[in-house]
Design a protein around this ligand. Structure first.
Ligand code: ATP
Length: 581
């Protein structure tokens, strides 16, 4: 397929904010796409090179792209920089620069989707000396044969910032419209669809379920094209990460019972971090909740799983909790968060900051997918296959009850042991990857914090020069837009020994700098911080309509994807809650 055909669709999708219209364009594109191109199209349509479960990044800095635009167009670096400052989107700059050039040059040949994709994939693997030049060359080569609109999307794709706003739901529906045997009449005038709702929901659920198991829309689309029976054959594959199930929040035991039903399974809510652990072909793989592979950082956990969990292949869901080996007391998450990031001296750090693995679910066991198996049965299996040993691996502590005072006592026990509270779980529920469906809810004791994404910062002055300071924070709305809610500097330390430091945070943010204007820096939403505050106030200053009073950084939430930060709805709820108190 020609890249220009894909670009036409990008343009249409970008021009509308209506989800149904976007779905229509993608479904029409899918119908026209030959089978061999489907995997590439499913990825490129969202500006990606890998399926959701693969966290490889292109990781090319804006400066390098700027040089590539310069090489391919002949426009001066300073001219490009000035335009970039004015326009704010390097993709639009590339479009403009290339269109100026086009008056004098004839385009050589059409760029194909395959060529685009294979060149981008090469960027990911280039390393070592001379790789910066080779990367620049490769991008310049793509831009040289690009038409202006193509240049815009090449640059945005390379920078992993496509800006077309296509969510998982849109992808699922586009596949349903394109390939499932359900009649969907799309009314272009009214932007509405006419369908038999029940039939439609059944079809969309089949697609969703295939996606839940594979985490890969390319695989789902190819199967869907072949027929429903192929879709239904898609199963979990140990080794391929799947999204973790999330919990809704409740404010009391009563509300918890109301949500999950009685009796409920109630478990300690451990204050550590999530680990999804796979065993396959004698290999162990440990993933964070954002599905990053952290196997190398936790050699002791690999050993616990190998030696204490019976089974040839499985996927288990766990919380790793830090403890002090001298006092044998559990530690809050902040203490061990550095273990996720640390890439050297791992054995020593593992001794200094050991973790205990608390296993609470099993999703796949010896060839069998257990997502639809009721929780009580999954739990019974778990208790059979895990050989517990304190401070190494245990099954999460639980009771099953419908008695409120037993539940309250269990909650108090949990909190007195230093845990965050309890989880209440629905006994017969399936495991729903990636969603906060309410099959499990959390009841916490501590004051709430928000998880907010850094979208901007300022270069410091004086003794803080060289560091980014004063971080602009954002929450996310339903359409995936990041909305500003305030600035924070308090809580970040001068010295690395004292906790999350300016130096460390600056290094984390540098690769995501999009643009700089004097001391002001615009940052791609990537890094999530947990923020404590005195109060939320209504405020016209920030795009969310809210501001935080006395915000303070607690820690970096390395285990959170930017899309998983606190939502505008959560902020609103918190704001309303304050008024009631
Ligand atoms: P929080 O910030 O409250 O930990 P979160 O937004 O990171 O929540 P949620 O899904 O809302 O994540 O809360 C559930 C989290 O609690 C899980 O992701 C998991 O890491 C942790 N957890 C601790 N103990 C358990 C347990 N027994 N069962 C399930 N999850 C548990």
């Amino acid at each position: 397929m020609k890249y220009s055909s894909l670009v036409d669709i990008y343009e249409k999708i970008e021009a509308t904010s209506k989800r149904l219209e976007k779905t229509y364009y993608i479904s029409e594109l899918l119908k026209k796409t030959v089978e061999k191109d489907i995997p590439t199209i499913m990825l490129l349509i969202r500006g990606r090179l890998f399926p959701d479960w693969n966290k490889s990044k292109i990781g090319v800095a804006s400066k390098l792209v700027l040089k590539a635009i310069n090489t391919s167009s002949g426009a001066g670096i300073s001219t490009i920089e000035t335009m970039w400052k004015e326009i704010g989107d390097l993709g639009l700059v590339a479009e403009k620069v290339i269109s100026n050039k086009s008056q004098s040059t004839l385009f050589s040949q059409d760029l194909s989707v395959e060529k685009m994709f294979s060149n981008l994939r090469k960027l990911v693997t280039m390393e070592g000396s001379g790789s910066v030049d080779r990367k620049t060359q490769l991008i310049a080569e793509l831009l040289s044969s690009a038409k202006p609109k193509e240049a815009k999307y090449i640059v945005r794709t390379v920078l992993e910032d496509l800006r077309v706003g296509i969510g998982d739901g849109t992808m699922r529906d586009a596949i349903t419209w394109a390939f499932l045997p359900v009649k969907v009449d799309f009314d272009f005038e009214k932007i509405s669809i006419e369908v038999d709702r029940e039939e439609y929901n059944n079809s969309a659920n089949i697609v969703q379920s295939a996606y839940d198991k594979s985490n890969d829309f390319s695989r789902v689309a190819i199967a869907a094209k072949k027929g429903v029976s192929e879709l239904e054959k898609i199963s979990l594959i140990p080794g391929n990460p799947i999204k973790v199930m999330l919990a809704q929040k409740v404010l009391s035991i009563d509300e918890g019972f109301e949500r999950v039903g009685e009796p409920a399974m109630i478990e300690y809510k451990y204050d550590g971090f999530r680990m999804q652990i796979h065993k396959f072909s004698e290999q162990i793989k440990i993933l964070t909740r954002r599905l990053e592979d952290i196997t190398k950082q936790f050699p002791e956990v690999v050993a616990y799983v190998k030696n204490h969990v019976e089974g040839k292949s499985f996927i288990i869901d766990c919380e790793a909790v830090g403890f002090d080996s001298k006092t044998e007391k559990y530690l809050v998450f902040q203490h061990i968060s550095q273990r996720i990031r640390r890439k050297y001296d791992i054995e020593n750090l593992a001794k200094k900051l050991p973790v205990e693995l608390n296993v609470f679910d099993v999703l796949f066991y010896n060839g069998e997918n257990l997502l639809d198996t009721p929780l009580v049965k999954r739990r019974a299996l778990l208790e059979k296959i895990v050989r517990e040993e304190k401070f190494k691996i245990i099954v999460s502590k639980k009771i099953v009850t419908s008695n409120k005072s037993d539940a309250l006592k269990f909650y108090e026990d949990s909190v007195s042991k230093g845990n965050e509270g309890v989880m209440l779980k629905s006994l017969n529920s399936p495991y729903k990857p990636g969603s906060r469906v309410g099959f499990m809810v959390k009841l916490k004791s501590s004051m709430d914090t928000l998880d907010l994404v850094i979208v901007g910062a300022e270069w410091g002055e004086g003794k803080r020069s060289g560091w980014l300071t004063s971080f602009t924070l954002a929450c996310i709305d339903d359409n995936g837009n990041f909305l500003e809610i305030g600035k924070v500097g308090t809580g970040v330390k001068e010295k690395a020994e004292e906790g999350l430091s300016f130096g460390e945070l600056t290094e984390m943010l540098k690769p995501h700098i999009k643009q700089e204007k004097g001391r002001e820096v615009v940052i791609k939403p990537e890094i999530v911080l947990e923020i404590k505050f005195e109060e939320i106030q209504a405020s016209p200053t920030y795009s969310s309509g809210y501001a935080l009073r006395f915000p303070r950084v607690i820690q970096a939430r390395d285990d959170r994807m930017p899309e998983e930060c606190s939502t505008l709805e959560m902020v609103q709820k918190e704001f309303e809650g304050q008024k009631k108190q």
